[in-house]
Design a binder for this molecule. Structure first.
Ligand code: HEC
Ligand code: HEC
Ligand code: HEC
Length: 341
């Protein structure tokens, strides 16, 4: 478009302009970049570094054993804590509390409902956790477990799991359980049956040993084979994701195999493995027999099961170490009898 025709400038201006062409784009870009940088620096001073991190040292100094997290994430509390405070202590009425914790308003009001039967087994399970697995659920202080730890106001807790193998129906053996990214393989090509092998069954978790390869055949002769390694790493990824930590929270990464170089949290986790096996086999699977069909697994019709994330929900300690057991003495020991209506 010819601007000179649109806006009538004096003749001399057009002439002068043609003789003195000026590149205004270069200076504008430089000024813009400088201005943005100045604003960014002012914002950094005013609001702080948005990606600042904090590290939790887990091993001796100087060997890089630390769990790194964004300060902004650390400043955000688990929303479950506020939701629990909102429920309150309900004047210490355990029945009312259990109704609120599980989000089932008429829980224990109808003896014929399956929820009554399942709920009664859950009370026994919770007492057992607090009494016999205190080494885990009171590892650092008074924390403990109530129905809320798993349920969070929902009849079916989040982060439960079902058996989903085979994931490749046209294959047999190992090929049928891996090479498909699923929630149970932590979205990797690793096997999808780690939770059922290690937290329902008690197969041996293991990657390698320091024996010479001629001492025996891996995968047979009691030496872990490649598949066992893959399944172990699948479980370890699950552990890390369940707690929102990395591997050096529990291991010294120079020697994953050496139980002499681990952190105290490794021992808590070891107890956790045994605890989860017991919870699934002695309580959850038997309680599952009472469940209606719509609660069962989509693939194999099995009952919903627990694992680390059912309690931890992505945090190092469930509800970030909030003392949930508090004054609920009736849930603290298997000797207590909870009077149901
Ligand atoms: C370790 C985790 C955990 C704790 C603690 C726990 N539950 Fe559960 N609960 C589950 C799981 C998993 C299911 C689903 C599987 C099942 O019913 O077997 C479930 C299911 C239930 C159901 C059946 C709900 C439905 O509609 O299908 C009831 C009722 C129940 N729980 C009550 C309780 C009560 C009451 C407590 C506390 C005394 C409690 N639970 C503590 C994990 C837990
Ligand atoms: C919450 C603690 C925890 C976290 C996090 C964790 N592990 Fe483990 N890991 C364990 C425990 C406990 C065992 C031992 C299990 C057993 O033998 O019963 C183990 C076992 C292993 C083994 C088998 C060692 C052997 O004897 O062959 C390997 C390898 C391993 N972990 C690697 C990893 C890797 C890689 C990560 C990170 C992705 C990781 N772990 C994260 C607790 C953890
Ligand atoms: C029934 C609920 C529940 C289940 C299931 C559970 N945990 Fe925990 N775990 C807890 C509680 C509660 C604590 C906090 C104890 C404390 O800090 O005193 C805890 C603490 C831990 C700690 C110590 C964290 C720290 O900061 O020292 C580790 C490690 C851990 N759990 C690993 C696991 C692993 C691995 C699994 C699965 C194999 C698992 N947990 C399953 C309830 C559970």
């Amino acid at each position: 478009m010819d601007f000179e025709k649109l806006i009538k400038f004096p003749e001399w201006f057009g002439e002068w302009n043609k003789k003195n062409p000026t590149d205004i784009y270069g200076p504008v870009i430089v000024m813009g970049a400088l201005g943005t940088a100045v604003i960014a620096v002012i914002a950094l001073f005013a609001f702080g570094q948005p990606f600042a991190t904090d590290s939790l040292q887990t091993g001796p100094r100087g060997i890089g054993m630390s769990v790194t997290e964004f300060k902004s994430d650390l400043a955000k509390p688990d929303p479950g804590i506020a939701a629990l405070e909102e429920i309150g202590d309900l004047d210490g009425d355990l029945i009312k509390a259990m109704q609120a914790w599980t989000g089932i308003p008429d829980l224990f009001e109808n003896v014929d409902s399956y929820q009554y039967g399942v709920g009664a087994m859950m009370i026994a399970m919770t007492q057992n956790i607090n009494e016999n697995w205190a080494g885990h659920v009171y590892a650092n202080g008074e924390v403990g477990v109530t129905c809320y730890t798993c349920h969070r106001g929902q009849p079916v807790p989040s982060e439960i799991w079902f058996s989903i193998v085979p994931v490749n129906e046209r294959m047999d053996g190992w090929a049928a359980i891996q090479n498909r990214a699923t929630s149970l393989s932590q979205s990797t090509s690793l096997p999808s049956d780690a939770l059922e092998s290690y937290l329902l069954d008690d197969q041996t978790i293991g990657v390698h040993d320091l024996e010479s390869r001629v001492a025996g055949i891996p995968g047979q002769d009691d030496y872990p084979g490649i598949q066992h390694a893959e399944r172990t790493y699948s479980l370890m990824n699950y552990f890390a994701n369940s707690l929102g930590v990395n591997c050096v929270f529990c291991h010294n990464s120079r020697a994953f195999y050496d139980a002499g170089q681990v952190t105290p949290q490794w021992a808590t986790a070891s107890l956790g493995i045994l605890m989860v096996q017991e919870l699934n086999n002695d309580y959850i699977v038997p309680a599952g027999a009472l469940l209606p069909e719509e609660r069962l697994g989509p693939r194999n019709g099995d009952e919903p099961k627990v694992a680390c994330k059912t309690c931890h929900k992505g945090y190092q300690q469930p509800l970030q170490g909030t003392n949930v057991i508090g004054d609920w003495t009736q849930l603290q020991s298997t000797d207590e009898v909870v009077e149901l209506p």
